[in-house]
Ligand binder design. Sequence first.
Ligand SMILES: Cc1cc2nc3c(=O)[nH]c(=O)nc-3n(C[C@H](O)[C@H](O)[C@H](O)COP(=O)(O)OP(=O)(O)OC[C@H]3O[C@@H](n4cnc5c(N)ncnc54)[C@H](O)[C@@H]3O)c2cc1C
Length: 423
Amino acid sequence: MTDRDGDPHDGGQPTEQEFEAEVRAFYEAHAMRRPVDAGTLSTGTLGTGAWGTGSDKVGLFPERTPEEEAAELAEAKAWAATAFDAGLGWITGPLAYGGRGLTRSHQQVHDRIASEYLRPPLGVFTIGLGMVAPTILAHATEEVRQATLRPLYRGDLVGCQLFSEPGAGSDLASVQARAVRDGDEWVVDGQKVWTSGAQLSDIGEVLCRTDPEAPKHRGLTAFVVDMHAPGVEVRPLRQMTGGASFNEVFFTGVRIPDSHRLGEVNDGWRVALTTLMNERAAIGGGSAGAGSSLTRRLLTMARAFGRADDPLVRQQLAAVVVNERVASYTNLRALASVAAGQAPGPELSVAKLALTANMVRTAETVASILGPKLVADGGEWGTYAWSEYVLGVPGMRIAGGTDEVLRNIIGERVLGLPKEPSA
Ligand SMILES: Cc1cc2nc3c(=O)[nH]c(=O)nc-3n(C[C@H](O)[C@H](O)[C@H](O)COP(=O)(O)OP(=O)(O)OC[C@H]3O[C@@H](n4cnc5c(N)ncnc54)[C@H](O)[C@@H]3O)c2cc1C
């Protein structure tokens, strides 16, 4: 085996060509090929064939019973473990923490091949891998990196993000949950809200106030908390989509070892920014492929209902496709600059905003095509099912930074416009 530079003796990492064969063999052995018309959302699998066949679920926050949720989690964990054990769970991760130590190009090779196969829904790992793990890698102690990174990427641990509170959302620096030092531990009391996936999580990244006297951005500290520790209580919140994918989380006298601190005491704002930038990358960048699959479903529906030649519907469909293509190039540019070692910047805010703007366009196009079938369940395949998507779009416009806040960031940091007057 030779390395990328052709030297057979410097570490034995596969060339992209060798890696492609390896990935192909793995997927042939463990997954079914995706039929031409199928697609996936991060939260589920679209139909497995032509219009009218397979599942018609397209929800962004699907409604599931606890039993369905547990079965889906078990399936996702089994897949993650198999992929990790085959060396495909953390392709670009450092070898020291269980990663494969390969390049972003290897990752792209993997993603291209993976998109040709059906995998179980892996959305349960989005926050743990997209936001918490990169923050742990950047800011945690060696002990916590060793204890959490490999299990997170292998699917043995699920992670959540405990930032928002009833009085701290867009204005995140207003966090009030208190952490008070007690010897080698911290004691946390307070409430978090909108915590996605907390009900399934084993660890969480929690942002707490550690110096109430300091200016609000300077008195925060972040920790990795054990979600099964005494004093952690998770209460589900039901959404208008019908499901309950996020929660309130109450902390009462929860003890966290100081070794589980992320970054320095009172430097939690910097840690939170690492997470938020990765969140925008995970939402904006990670969804480009899912968007395309969904758009294919939309086009198939327009044809199935004989609306593909209607000039107004065609115009709407074209706008969805064109904006999706432009957004995917913006995402690739943003992700390439991150891969080249630059700190994620405001371009990720553009990526997230572009994604949600196109979700709104998609929802409007769906409504044009389906009319009343969108709101009244007549039992017809692929019609009322879209209501879960349409009702989920407002949540996507809020999660990970609201449209308004992202526009402020773009206005101030990209376009250099005067700062928004603060209240
Ligand atoms: C689906 C979903 C999943 C989520 N998951 C998580 C999670 O896992 N973990 C977590 O910690 N949080 C999570 N959140 C919470 C999310 O981060 C917050 O809802 C978001 O930051 C907005 O905060 P808020 O809800 O307090 O609204 P507010 O900040 O109170 O905003 C209310 C309105 O005022 C506008 N506004 C606020 N400030 C400004 C400003 N300066 N200029 C102009 N307009 C402004 C907003 O755009 C919004 O329209 C989730 C939210 C959703 C919807």
